[in-house]
Design a protein around this ligand. Sequence first.
Ligand code: 5GP
Ligand code: ZN
Length: 111
Amino acid sequence: MSCIFCKIINGEIPSNKVYEDEKIIAIHDLNPQAPTHVLVIPKMHIACADDINDDNCEVVGHIFAKIPVIAEKLGLDGYRIINNCKESAGQTVMHLHFHLLGGKTLGEKIV
Ligand code: 5GP
Ligand code: ZN
């Protein structure tokens, strides 16, 4: 499996972990776009949000249940959650992940 995030999950590639349990990990982004920029990633390989379905969606709920825990651990007050789905939306790593951004007053918004 050539997926970078699967390699990080397997420990083949090092990462700066902020949270881990049996279903997900959260790591600091290599190229942060805010003072705090963490990626919350399911351990199960799901390529993108478009591949979420009735059989695998439980982990997405789990991610959203743990984001407040991760945010508190990071000392974030407000934060932005972003998911890029597929290349046309800017997704560069084809393993589902949610960007958690904060640590400053966040400016420009698309929505
Ligand atoms: P996307 O562009 O797919 O929404 O987000 C992928 C993110 O993964 C980017 O923000 C990029 O900086 C980050 N990234 C890519 N490779 C690595 C890596 O090897 N380690 C970590 N920690 N982040 C990575
Ligand atoms: Zn993967």
